[in-house]
Design a protein around this ligand. Structure first.
Ligand code: SF4
Ligand code: SF4
Ligand code: FES
Length: 225
């Protein structure tokens, strides 16, 4: 199967970007990440991108393919449209709302800084009873988060408010705020009610749409307002 990749090339955050064309022969079961690996190993070792687990676990390989945020390792090339000659065309760009380090590799510090700012970890002490039923369901829905940051890439709220906490940080805050074991509820509430919190969401719905773990982030935000 012929695949043509138009790949974003950029040597640094302020360098002018351009798209570079790579044509490769791919197997029908290859992922987008397999194609990048083929380019990097056989054709152009200077191409930069992030990967780690190759199995949709680490969250490192987020990028935009034909305008949509995806995990490159979890999306097969065969599902992209082919032209009349059977050639698949995919345009690959880095995640938005993250500074580009080089090519498709982005700086994820800002994303993790927002997790730190909202204290995206439990504040509990001592022994607690098991949590069951609806409370456990709410907690589990966010526990699968890969911290891939692709919801933050798709989020339109940053164009209005650059210091918005973002969908992932708010999802984690809601996850702890709704857990009966959580002891820092006042702190959770101050995050959610701050100008950087729930009110910053512009209801575009993109976070829920692109999340590879199908976490209903937008629905959680709407329900919490
Ligand atoms: S629904 Fe809100 S939080 Fe989610 S991507 Fe859109 S603006 Fe961002
Ligand atoms: S909520 Fe979904 S899209 Fe956002 S960081 Fe977690 S797994 Fe990725
Ligand atoms: S390489 Fe780990 S999620 Fe894709």
């Amino acid at each position: 199967m012929k695949v043509q990749l138009q790949v974003w090339r950029q040597s640094g955050v302020s360098a002018p970007p351009h798209l570079q064309l790579y044509s490769i022969d791919a197997e029908s079961n290859w992922s987008v990440l397999d194609c990048l690996e083929a380019v990097s190993r056989r054709e152009d070792p200077s191409l930069s991108y992030r990967d780690n687990c190759f199995s949709a676990v680490c969250g490192d390989c987020g990028l935009r393919a034909n305008g949509r945020e995806i995990l490159a390792c979890a999306n097969g090339v065969s599902k992209f449209p082919a032209d009349a000659d059977g050639v698949i065309h995919i345009e690959l760009r880095p995640l938005r709302n993250h500074p580009v380090i080089r090519d498709l590799a982005v700086d994820r510090d800002r994303f993790f800084d927002r997790q730190t700012a909202v204290c995206a970890f439990f504040a509990i002490s001592g022994y607690h009873e098991f949590v069951e039923g609806a409370a456990m369901q709410a907690a589990q829905s966010v526990t699968t988060c890969l911290s891939c940051g692709i919801c933050d890439s798709a989020c339109e709220a940053y164009t209005v408010r650059a210091d918005f906490f973002g969908p992932a940080a708010l999802a984690w805050t809601l996850r702890f705020a709704q857990d009966p074991r959580e002891e820092a509820l006042a702190q959770r509430r101050s995050v959610l009610d701050s100008p950087r919190g729930l009110s910053g969401c512009v209801d575009c719905g993109a976070c829920s749409d692109v999340c590879p773990e199908a976490i209903p982030i937008h629905e959680m935000i709407r329900a919490a307002r």
